[in-house]
Write a protein that binds this ligand. Sequence first.
Ligand code: PHE
Length: 337
Amino acid sequence: MLSHITAARDAALASIASAATLDEVNDLTSRLTGKKGDLAQLKTRLGSLASIDDKKAAGQAINDAMAAVAAALESRRAALGSEALAARIERERLDLTEFVGAPKRGHAHLVTQAWERLEDTFVGMGFQIAEGPEVETDWHNFEALNMGDGHPARGEFDTLFVDHVPPGGVAGTTLLRTHTSPVQIRTMLTQEPPIYIVAPGRVFRRDTPDATHMPVFHQIEGLVVDRHITMADLAGTIEAFTKAFFGAGFTSRLRPSYFPFTEPSAEFDIQRPNGDWIELGGCGMVHPNVLRAGGLDPEEWSGFAFGFGIDRMAKERHGVDDIREMYSDDIRFAEQF
Ligand code: PHE
């Protein structure tokens, strides 16, 4: 009997040692430890043994053998489990340092680049950045800028109106701002002079897109209000800006013009080192009616304002023929800059 037990145990341990997968270990577990297992079968034959001592010795041997088999199954299962885990980790390993080619770096849109450089230049000259809403009131966009109802200059701004009637207000008085000049009014109404601000922003006009026009474009407004500000301060500021932004080889000039909200008014041009003149924007001394609309006394305060297109400037700077290209999302265009 004892030799049968030893043989059954050794056979069981040998098959456990050669089990190659967890599935095989599971099969062996039910086969070796179940009722039909060799050791279990031997146990049923204990009754046929003659002496109590033989029964005791054989029973003890069977229990020891079963414990040894159970322990061997457990340790084989653990060993195969950690092997499987190690294999899985190896299989799913990601080499985060792997070199997959040079990264492709994008860049900001041409208009954003120009916008940020303009801000940097004016901040360097002592200006602060101001802003206002893109959806404006008729009053801020026109009325307060000396363009009352029916003023002919309103016709030059192809205005997009918004279907919104303010509480207690009048229909047809909410619009998409046609220029950044309403920020002049908002700044004067919220800030005590001296005022030295620039206000870059998005503006809207009911224009059909063509090589030089888009219905959505960008402007930067400048406003200075202080004591004893003169046209010489305006011309000097424009000239200092031209050199700081475009380079020492550039100069500027003012040409007489007309805007309802400045008096006198001028267009300003810049001259390239090669002698070409480029028209950049409008400017002038803030009209007394505009100062009044901003809550300021024109006898005490004076100022100048200017405004110009950012998109047009980016277009000039990079020699883009058609302004629509800048909004076409064509990667072949964007990658050139
Ligand atoms: N707002 C004017 C425009 O859009 C430009 C301008 C701004 C002119 C400030 C004078 C002073 O054309």
